[in-house]
Design a protein around this ligand. Structure first.
Ligand code: ARG
Length: 604
């Protein structure tokens, strides 16, 4: 059977895509042209006894077609069978009208063979129509400490970018930092008083972000308590807006100091972003307001300019306004986001704009998106999508704080994970190494960093991003469960088994795959799911799907390895095929960890 399927017969599309296309064709054949553009739902089978995939279209179509669901299913299956005969066994109808599909072993084997032969793409096709995707993520605020919410945004946003990039999309990673607004009045005024030397030319690096947080608090306290200072601060905003050179230099000093602090975190995390903060859009704000006006959307309310929203009602039943220009002439966070949407659509030519921002800003984005649509800033063809995530909590479920009740510095948080990881690795190695063991300090440091940083990332990514998430060093660094150390260890182990088996075998790319045991058949099918997992992730942007998949894959590998000896020599005839399974599994885990922004290790 296997010989029938060469790599080209196996095709480049994922099995699920091939099946969806075939179901659509079969629908047209059986019930007419009106199904030409349908996108029938094909899901993974709920149980292995049902095969690999399941199509439930018959139930939904029974009513409009005025037929019994089972009759719809059998007409459909009759047309579907021949179309899929190269990759599936004959379809089976079950229950009220489910169509169950089982991939042919020969097809699965051929697919796995081509996957092992292509360690780069692993059967994941590049999209045929790449989109330009702007991803707005991380986005901390100048002169404030980057907090755990920004950390989540950075980690989740980076993974989304990596997956889209791997699929072949054209991704723009934007850091929409909060570097503009009235708060700069008080910050600059305060800076001019307490550290005038910092504003002198060439002295831009005299401030660091540690200073900045206290500095922000001091400035805020004075602003709240001292009316004279408030006046000075107000005047300073006006000067900054007007482009006064000294004010701009002071602003630059504050931005530069923050930037250095943020960059430390990005370097630790290995995340790359292009900074394009709120200030970038400042010159565009007056146009946004006047264009809203010419679109007939702008109204006046107590001297302020607003757009009344559709579907957002205040308590008294009247329509809620979105404020775009205050009565004092100042613009809002929302106005900047409107300008940013327009810039991203026109200048950046985005097809899709993603905002990886906490769930608390859900209504902000819903409102801004609505106004952008109504004003024609974003045509229907451009997708605007808020990608929300929940709060970070302490182990007690309360707000995440240090023991002393302070907000946690991100660099401290990351380095603490690295320290704990390092300690436990050192301890384990000392136990294993016995007397006379000398740690290789340089290597230990490198390993601790991969494990510690990886643990923080994986813990976040393996959760459904929409839920709140409890931060626990003990859990994220545990070797048990769906954690970074577990996955890193699984990778090191599979890689080790593969290396040992490959000695003397050479290139595995032409190896025929044999699936004589249920464990091999199941592992093969699991490997083939990678493209589908990534396709789903690309649409709904839930990274935990990839973590769940990798965890399942490692468990399936363990079952395979227990039952199918690879390196014992007693099963020479299967050695090539089984080594190919190890190779495929190792490559998939390595690729998966890479997409999650994690490194890998040969040993822990
Ligand atoms: N700076 C904002 C904050 O810290 C996040 C910005 C998100 N992006 C946007 N385009 N509004 O809450």
């Amino acid at each position: 059977d296997a010989a029938v399927f060469d790599a080209t017969a196996a095709g480049v599309a994922s099995p699920r895509d091939t099946i969806v296309d075939a179901v659509r064709e079969a629908l047209v054949d059986a019930f007419g042209e009106k199904f030409r553009d349908s996108r029938p739902l094909v899901t993974s089978a709920t149980k292995p006894e049902f095969g690999d995939y399941q199509c439930n279209a018959a139930m939904a179509l029974a009513k409009p077609l005025k037929c019994k669901p089972r009759d719809v299913a059998s007409s459909l299956a009759e047309k579907l069978g021949p179309r899929l005969s190269a990759i599936c066994e004959a379809p089976e109808i079950a229950g009220p009208g489910f169509i169950n599909l089982r991939l042919r072993d020969g097809f699965v084997a051929a697919k796995v063979k081509s996957m092992v032969g292509d360690g780069e793409r692993l059967g994941v096709p590049r999209v045929t129509n790449p989109e330009r995707v702007v991803v707005d993520f991380s986005s901390p605020n100048i002169a404030k400490e980057m907090h755990v919410g920004h950390l989540r945004s950075t980690i989740i946003g980076d993974t989304i970018c990596r997956v889209l990039e791997f699929r072949g999309h054209d991704v723009v990673r934007l850091n929409h930092v909060g570097d503009w607004g009235t708060q700069f009045g008080m910050l600059i005024s305060h800076l001019k008083e307490v550290a005038p030397e910092a504003i002198e030319d060439g002295a831009e690096d005299k401030f660091n972000v540690g200073d900045l947080v206290t500095f922000y608090k001091e400035a805020k306290a004075r602003f709240d308590e001292d009316d004279g200072f408030k006046e000075i601060a107000r005047a300073e905003v006006v000067k900054l807006q007007a482009g006064d050179a000294e004010s701009k230099r002071a602003w630059g000093v504050l931005c530069e100091a923050s930037r250095r602090g943020f960059q430390d975190i990005y370097s630790l995390l290995g995340v790359e972003l292009e900074e394009r903060g709120e200030s970038f859009y400042n010159v565009m704000l007056p146009d946004v307001v006047s264009d809203l006006e010419s679109e007939g959307l702008l109204e006046e309310s107590d001297g302020a300019k607003v757009v009344y929203l559709e579907g957002f009602e205040s308590r008294d039943g009247t329509s809620q306004p979105l404020l775009v220009k205050k009565s004092d002439g100042g613009f809002m966070y929302s106005t900047t986001d409107l300008a940013a949407i327009r810039h991203r659509v026109t200048t950046e030519r985005a097809d899709r704009v993603l905002y990886v921002v906490d769930v608390g800003q859900g209504s902000h984005f819903a409102q801004v998106f609505q106004v952008a649509r109504r004003a024609g800033f974003a045509p229907e063809g451009v997708q605007l999508q808020h990608v929300p995530f929940g709060l970070v909590q302490g182990e007690d479920g309360k707000k995440f704080k240090t023991r002393a009740g302070e907000t946690v510095k991100l660099s401290d948080l990351l380095m603490e994970a690295v320290r704990i990881a390092g300690e436990s690795i050192r301890k384990r190695r000392e136990e294993e190494g016995g007397e006379g063991y000398q740690a290789d300090e340089v290597e230990l440091e490198r390993v601790s960093k991969v494990v510690g940083i990886g643990a923080v990332k994986y813990a976040d990514l393996s959760m459904n991003r929409e839920s709140n998430y409890r931060f626990s060093y003990a859990k994220m660094l545990s070797l048990q469960g769906n954690t970074a150390p577990y996955m890193l260890y699984a990778f090191a182990r599979v890689q080790g088994i593969k290396k040992k088996a490959t000695e003397g075998l050479g290139d595995l790319s032409g190896t025929e795959i044999s699936m004589g045991t249920p464990e091999e058949a199941a592992l093969a099918r699991m490997l083939l799911r990678l493209p589908e997992v990534l396709e789903d992730l690309e649409v709904d942007l839930f990274p935990h799907r990839l973590c769940d998949y990798m965890f399942e894959l490692s468990s399936q590998f363990n079952r395979f390895y227990e039952n199918c000896p690879v390196n014992t020599g007693e099963t020479e005839e299967f050695k090539g095929s089984r080594t190919a399974f190890c190779s495929g599994t190792a490559d998939v885990i390595e690729r998966g960890l890479g997409l999650l922004g994690m490194g890998t290790l040969d040993r822990l």
